[in-house]
Design a protein around this ligand. Structure first.
Ligand code: PMP
Length: 406
């Protein structure tokens, strides 16, 4: 496997040439959203420039072209995920909507007393939708804990599974700790107990090869904007036999075969779950992001990020007062930390003055913050375009600001 040519990659990301307070931007907030390469930006521009038309609606040329682009993207995403049926790929607005769709629609098939298993490291978008449906249908939520490294307690997980467990919803990669959860193993265990599994792939999709068939996942959710694609587009992969049984999530145009005041016949998959006009421009641009990832090689990106992670973590640990949260073996390139008792915002603001973009706060994971005993952390996260020079500059900045914050 050849190493990534980061100089070549960086040239494809216009935003990386920005200056912040006179410094070269060092963008380490990739967990929140990645920057966008030129082919994706061009596809968005072209989509509005001369080929805008609604999909699945018209006989005219522009509409036919728009429909073809959207359906080709569906095929591409299905192939990228290892799904053998593109009707199992549903376009949504993002991970959040994908999870809400499953919680609401699969949840409608659950009965009072049925159980949902979550983990302590879930993002709010993989907690709150389940709380909403649990409240409505009288369901019980159980939560798998973790150890101090950020490794899930699999014994506790196994002991929670029982004949009432209907679904396990677990993040593939923690957006705070970087832990890569053993989702294939968890799916196998859940299936033995007769439960379905939703994997929140928001933090995995751009950093590891995902194969929904190899994982045997029932649902896999992710957002385009975290994988070098446009904002406002997400994907829900769902196993056909489950999607067939689930009622529609929203009603409207596109999701019907026939409508009369006597009743409505719903469209077949995937359209049953795609009410209304989608962001067809964004969906077509997502294809460019998938092609970009395929051409760059997600395994090569992962290997590069792993080296950056190791290099950066080792040097950070040498800094007086540094507290790093999340030390699971094989973790992804997400580093949550605090300097002594300094507030995460203060650290983030000082880093920003030096041109370094990191995330601060609770990262939409308040139950995890409570488990860690902090109100928030600073989070630095890497992507394909980050370099060792940037890692050195980040370490240098931390060394400079640490004494000010101590
Ligand atoms: N799950 C995880 C693990 C995430 O990191 C995020 C985004 N921070 C989400 C879900 C929600 O993604 P979105 O806001 O794009 O719907």
């Amino acid at each position: 496997m050849t190493a990534l040519d980061t100089a070549d990659i960086r040239r494809q990301f216009p935003a990386l040439s920005r200056k912040i307070y006179g410094h070269e931007l060092i963008y380490l907030d990739n967990t929140a959203t990645t920057q966008t390469p030129s082919p994706v930006i061009d596809a968005i521009r072209d989509g509005y420039l001369d080929s805008k038309a609604n999909v699945h609606r018209g006989v005219h040329t522009l509409s036919q072209e728009a429909t073809a682009r959207q359906e080709a993207t569906r095929e591409l995403v299905a192939r990228y995920l290892g799904a053998d049926d593109s009707a199992e790929v549903i376009f949504t607005r993002g991970t959040t909507e994908s999870i809400n769709l499953v919680a609401s629609s699969y949840g409608a098939l659950m009965n009072e007393g049925d159980e949902i298993v979550l983990t302590v490291m879930e993002h709010h978008s993989n907690i709150v939708p389940w709380q909403l449906i649990a409240e409505r249908r009288g369901l019980k939520i159980r939560v798998v804990g973790m150890d101090d490294r950020g490794v899930l307690d699999l014994d506790a997980f196994r002991s929670m599974l029982n004949e009432r467990t209907r679904i396990v919803a677990v993040t593939h990669v923690s957006n705070v700790l970087g832990t890569v959860n053993p989702v294939a193993e968890m799916i196998a265990e859940a299936h033995k107990a007769g439960a379905a599994v939703l994997v929140d792939g928001a933090q995995a999709i751009a950093h590891t090869k995902v194969d929904v068939k190899a994982l045997d996942a029932d649902f896999y959710a992710f957002s385009s904007h975290k994988m070098y694609g446009p904002c406002g587009i997400g994907v829900l992969y769902g196993r056909r036999e489950l999607l067939e049984k689930m009622p529609p999530y929203q009603g409207g145009g596109e999701m019907i075969k026939t409508v009369s005041f006597g009743g409505t016949v719903f469209a077949d998959l995937p359209f049953k779950f795609e009410a209304g006009t989608p962001d067809f421009v964004g969906i077509a641009a997502l294809a460019k992001a998938v092609e970009w990832l395929e051409a760059t090689g997600v395994e090569r990106i992962a290997a590069h990020e792993e080296q950056l992670l190791e290099y950066t973590t080792e040097r950070m640990a040498e800094i007086e007062g540094m507290r790093i949260f999340g030390t699971a073996p094989g973790k992804s390139a997400i580093i949550s930390f605090l300097i002594g008792n300094a507030h995460s915002y203060d650290t983030g603001l000082l880093l920003d003055k030096l041109g370094i973009a990191v995330r601060t706060g609770h990262h939409c994971a308040q139950p995890l913050m409570e488990r860690l005993g902090v109100s928030g952390t600073v989070r630095a996260s890497m992507a394909a375009y980050n370099t060792f020079e940037e890692a050195d500059a980040f370490i240098g900045a931390l060394r400079r600001i640490a004494p000010m914050l101590a």
